[in-house]
Write a protein that binds this ligand. Structure first.
Ligand SMILES: C[S@@+](CC[C@H](N)C(=O)[O-])C[C@H]1O[C@@H](n2cnc3c(N)ncnc32)[C@H](O)[C@@H]1O
Length: 336
């Protein structure tokens, strides 16, 4: 659950903020209090949360449109993403509608509240559960220059240093992840058949694998963040092989079978290191490898993935290691 979800909903439950007939929720997450609301439509780019929202019986849209009397925002972690979210919410509001956002104090609630206050020229703020919930009303008095700057954060852009399309909030927007770069340096150049990239982000590894391996016949990208997948779509247009993009939770397993899999698995749930996430990626990769198929991955060197590789019956070797990362190649051997 988003750490500020309770803080966001409490002023409505207590009657401090009015619940209108319909509302849009950016970064939507289900909560029992919302069941009482007449109509809430959610936008959520992360697959697992989007599924949880739908399974709780709420309406979801891939792209929020129209004008709403209330837009609620649970901002993501980065500053650009949060400010971009405010601008997106403003644009989706009816005149006189309310933008309501909540953040924890540790995520910088007071700073963002000040940003919003400066743009809107006045807000109502409620402090709850070690966080703040703040409301700004859409009027003609908002600062147009600030809004224009924030709007840019909510849109995909070409990052100058890498040349790739990225969007605020997705993984590693202003540089190629050093672990992924290290894996790309060590990838073979004679790969054949089909390939998949698990947790593909904006497409760096898929792009590198294709650029290095003219023998690859297809590339399927699996990624939980719809925004990242949209960026990957734009970043891989130069490759002639068939490409498939799956908005997918890899920990649930993947549908295809492949000769080659590349990945830099995630190892954080929120702020916490979560080794089970990487292990679930290894299981999904192992199940999806054809006999004779190979897995190429990079991980922080202290993460103990090797026992999982053994348990899965993969033959593996460490190909490279530095002070931070290790690159491992593993293979599903033919049974004798
Ligand atoms: C360490 S990043 C690597 C991204 C990209 N491959 C690269 O090299 O730049 C891990 C990626 O996995 C994605 N991810 C996290 N959990 C996921 C899940 N359960 N299913 C699919 N993708 C997930 C994240 O959104 C992120 O893009």
């Amino acid at each position: 659950m988003h750490p500020a979800l309770e803080t966001l909903l409490l002023p409505f439950s207590k009657g401090e903020f009015a619940v209108p007939g319909r509302a849009l929720f950016l970064g939507a997450e289900p909560h029992p209090a919302l069941k009482e609301w007449p109509e809430v439509t959610g936008w959520q780019p992360l697959k697992q949360q989007a599924e949880a929202w739908e399974q709780a019986g709420f309406q979801r849209v891939d792209k929020p449109e129209g004008k709403w009397p209330l837009v609620m925002v649970l901002p993501g972690k980065s500053r650009e993403e949060a400010l971009g979210g405010f601008a997106r919410a403003y644009d989706l509001l009816e005149e006189g509608g309310a933008l309501v956002a909540a953040m924890t104090n540790t995520a910088g609630a007071s700073r963002f509240e000040k940003d919003l206050e400066e743009a809107a020229g006045g807000i109502t703020s409620v402090q709850k559960h070690k966080g703040r919930c703040f409301r700004a009303i859409k009027t003609a008095g908002w600062n147009g220059e600030t809004l224009a700057a924030w709007r840019k954060y909510a849109e995909p852009r070409r990052e100058e240093s890498t040349g790739f399309i990225v969007e605020a909030g997705i993984f590693s927007i202003d540089h190629v992840d050093p672990g992924s770069a290290m894996l790309a340096e060590h990838l073979p150049t004679n790969l054949r058949g089909s390939a998949a990239d698990l947790g593909a982000g904006w497409g760096f590894l898929a792009h590198a694998a294709l650029a290095l391996n003219p023998g690859l016949k297809a590339m399927h990208l699996y990624e939980a963040d719809a925004r990242a997948l949209d960026c990957a779509r734009q970043n891989l247009t130069g490759h002639a092989v068939p490409l498939e993009y799956h908005w997918h939770d890899v920990t649930a397993g993947i549908p295809g079978k492949y000769e080659n899999i590349v990945m830099n698995p995630p190892f954080h749930s929120g702020q916490v290191t979560d080794i089970s996430l990487g292990r679930a990626f290894l299981r999904a990769a192992s199940d999806a490898l054809r006999t004779g198929g190979r897995l190429f991955f990079v991980a922080n060197r202290q993460l103990p993935y090797e026992p999982e590789l053994e348990r899965l019956g993969l033959v593996w070797r460490k190909v490279a290691e530095d002070s931070v990362y290790k690159v491992i190649f593993a293979e599903r051997r033919m049974l004798r």
